[in-house]
Design a protein around this ligand. Structure first.
Ligand code: IPM
Ligand code: MN
Length: 358
């Protein structure tokens, strides 16, 4: 029996269209093997939506995503739209769709593929045993969504952004993190700035209240500045990390680079429904857009996360991960990962090679 899934495609800007099309090709190939039929419906988002219809997140896009079985997104933004006011920027659309779909959880797995040890910028002895971290980033609260604006201050114009977290918001992300840790190595690090911020002190308090329900999970707190340092000092100490929206944004970029390239990191944004939104953690890379140079792996792995989390198709999901693994083990590299004499594959070549190994 063939199972059918409707996927909304948000290609977005820059390299977005190229990498989304790569992931679509991989999904179609894996679908044939595992009897899954996908329909893909594109919607406008970001700068390309501004150009086409004058706004970054048209209402058809929100409706399309809410009606789809799942959503695959490329990236948004670029220099062309950088001088627009905040509420019209492409990035606003990304925050808007996360919020409209109530995707309060963002899972960002950062693991070192054995084949990429040489591409990791850390000393060989530090990554000898590899690392496998799951960052659980809160995605619809905190300073990204707090009150903001301009006001007249003592020294002229001032700008402000506010961070606020409710008990409910902290509790639900903490639960996701504990559940995630329970399915892994049962170690949770909660990252905050409790020596300075009230939001962090509430964060800590709630995390420890929820911890009582998970006696099998070891939980520890870490200040975010220390965490940034520990990630490069000894990344293998981490299993699951849970943190606020902005700290998660920053730490996940740092974690991605020690996997070899930010072009490797997928993500799943989840709420209370199975639908979710899947996207690479990297941006739209306008400098290489349209050149067939981008690493499609982060988006391809995001599609594998979709198969697992949205559709519960574990075999098909695993097939993608192992095809990526094989391609990397055989030395295939895109430009972001190729060093020395290694020939860099194009986006479409890497995609073809991964499909061949499914
Ligand atoms: C990310 C991005 C976004 C974020 C930007 C584009 C709004 O950096 O997904 O990590 O900060 O969440
Ligand atoms: Mn980011």
């Amino acid at each position: 029996m063939i199972k059918k899934y409707d996927i909304a495609l948000l290609r977005g800007d820059g390299i977005g269209p190229e990498i989304v099309d790569s992931a679509v090709r991989v999904l179609e190939a894996v679908g044939e093997k595992y009897n899954l039929a996908f329909t893909f419906t594109p919607y406008l988002i970001g700068g390309s939506a501004i150009d086409a219809v004058g706004e970054p997140l048209p209402k058809e896009t929100v409706e399309g995503c809410l009606n789809a079985d799942s959503v695959l997104l490329g990236a948004v933004g670029g220099p062309k739209w950088d001088s627009l006011p905040g509420h019209l920027r492409p990035e606003k659309a990304l925050l808007g769709i996360r919020s409209a779909m109530e995707l309060f959880t963002n899972l960002r797995p950062a693991k070192l593929y054995p084949a990429l040890k040489g591409e990791c910028p850390l000393r060989a002895d530090i990554v000898e045993n590899g690392f496998d971290i799951m960052i659980v980033r809160e995605l619809t609260g905190g300073i990204y969504f707090g009150e903001r604006g301009y006001r007249e201050g003592k020294y002229g114009q001032e700008a402000f952004d506010t961070e606020s977290y409710s008990e409910m918001e902290i509790e639900r992300i903490a639960r996701v993190a504990f559940e995630t840790a329970r399915k892994r190595r049962k170690k949770l690090t909660s990252i905050d700035k409790a020596n300075v911020l009230e939001t962090s002190r509430l964060w800590r308090k709630i995390v420890h209240e929820i911890a009582k329900e998970y006696p099998d999970v070891e939980v520890n707190d870490m200040l975010v500045d220390n965490a940034a340092m520990q990630l490069v000092r000894n990344p293998s100490q981490f299993d699951v990390i849970v943190t606020s929206n902005m700290f998660g944004d920053i730490l996940s970029d740092e974690a991605s680079q020690i996997t070899g390239s930010i072009g490797m990191l997928p993500s799943a944004s989840l709420g209370n429904t199975s639908r979710g939104l899947y996207e690479p953690i990297h941006g739209s890379a306008p400098d290489i857009a349209g050149q067939n140079k981008a690493n499609p792996i982060a988006t391809i792995l995001s599609a594998s996360m979709m198969l697992l989390y949205a559709f519960n198709e574990k075999e098909a999901s695993d097939a993608i991960v192992s095809a990526v693994d094989k391609a990397l083990n055989e030395g295939l590299r895109t430009a972001d990962l190729a060093r020395g004499d290694t020939v860099a594959l194009t986006t479409s070549q890497m995609t073809d090679e991964i499909i061949k190994r499914l």
